[in-house]
Design a protein around this ligand. Structure first.
Ligand code: GLY
Length: 374
């Protein structure tokens, strides 16, 4: 299977995304041209380290690159002030300099934390993303959003910091738990829903094969997702406009993650996004923007993929509609005190709505909560 390369055309901050199987074995050769001296640092988590760190080390050693690695506990709780401090202290103790590169080997948590550490260490060092989850390969490793969670909410502290290179090795996806893979699929589907109806059609046809391990289907889905993400990021790097479309499903999804205590055992980010996207289409329909077929078609695809599609699928206590609305008000996309939603006129036709009638949001939430007990 061939490897593809996409360019994120951001002038001085432009970079390549390589997509294909077996990239980790070539990581040394691919990273070497960016190094000013043959030394780098790797941040990873303990789960990923057990699976993939040796392969990366071997590739770096073969290319004559000296390296040290820090493996943190896996899970969302690692995106914290404490872990950020630990990473920074470790990078300083490893004498990582301004011109060096830090490699993030892992999923969204490791990528976001490492990117933020790179943004602030010595006022900014470069970093390379080697995403190991579907979610990270199609979303979080591309586009430069980095950060941590705080007690007040998710991703409320961070920086825009573009990576120098992204290596999306799709063979690594074979080691994911099915639940993690399918949660990442929520972000793949998002691209079809927000701007490419033909891609959504393709997913309806090929999603089950992709989930079952079809590598050609995985390669196409990752590439199409990265293409769409790159196009949007190039148009609006700092999210003053179109980039907010990438948050389809996230306003509801983040509130659900907060309500379940960011506990991946109860709700994974991608699961929250999938349910959130279904609620966003429901809201769009209630507000008269799209036909009832749209949320129905989306829910049918979620069911076809064995994904969560409703609040009833969350096996944990949830606050009432007032509580969920309060969590949404803490979203970082709040502007002039108003929560922004990504709504849709059809599959593939999303738009950002700055002022949404909160009574309609409440009604959608109340219906979805009632279905949990009904
Ligand atoms: N994950 C949304 C974005 O990168 O803008």
């Amino acid at each position: 299977m061939t490897e593809t390369r996409l360019r994120v055309e951001l002038a001085a901050r432009a970079y390549d995304i390589h997509i294909g199987p077996g990239l980790i074995a070539r990581a040394g050769a691919l990273i070497a041209p960016f190094l000013r001296r043959p030394k780098l640092a790797i941040i990873t988590d303990q789960t990923v380290a057990a699976l993939h760190l040796d392969s990366l080390r071997e590739a770096l050693t073969q290319a004559g690159i000296e390296h040290a690695a820090l493996a943190l506990p896996a899970g969302e709780a690692t995106k914290s002030w404490d872990r950020l401090q630990q990473v920074i202290a470790w990078l300083l103790s490893e004498k990582i300099e301004r011109d060096d590169i830090v490699v993030a080997l892992g999923g969204g948590v490791i990528g976001d934390l490492t990117g933020f550490a790179a943004a602030i260490l010595r006022r900014g060092v470069r970093f390379v993303q080697i995403p190991t989850t579907l979610l990270a390969q199609v979303d979080s490793s591309v586009g430069g959003k980095t950060g941590i969670n705080t007690a007040e909410g998710k991703n409320l502290v961070g920086a825009f910091k573009q990576p120098t290179l992204v290596l999306a090795d799709i063979a690594l996806l074979g080691t994911l738990r099915p639940r993690d893979f399918i949660a990442g699929y929520g972000e793949v589907m998002k691209y079809g829903l927000l701007g490419d109806a033909a891609f959504f059609d393709w997913l309806e046809e090929n999603g089950p094969a992709l989930a079952a391990g079809d590598m050609a289907a995985r390669a196409y889905a990752v590439r199409r997702s990265c293409e769409m993400k790159a196009e949007i990021v190039v148009r609006d790097e700092l999210e003053h406009g179109d980039r907010a479309l990438l948050n389809l499903g996230h306003t509801f999804g983040h509130a659900l993650e907060a309500a379940t205590g960011y506990d991946g055992a109860r709700l994974l980010h991608g699961e929250g996004v999938a349910i959130g996207a279904a609620l966003a289409f429901e809201l769009s329909q209630q507000l008269g923007y799209c036909a009832q077929e749209c949320p129905s078609r989306l829910r049918a695809h979620l069911a076809q993929m064995g994904m969560m599609s409703d609040l009833a699928d969350i096996k944990a206590d949830l606050p009432d509609a007032t509580g969920l609305l309060a969590l949404m008000a803490q979203d970082k996309k709040v502007k002039d005190g108003r929560t922004r939603f990504v709504l849709a006129r059809d599959i593939g036709q999303a738009f950002v709505a700055d002022s949404v009638d909160l009574a309609a949001v409440r009604a959608v939430l109340e219906d979805a909560l009632a279905a949990r007990v009904g």
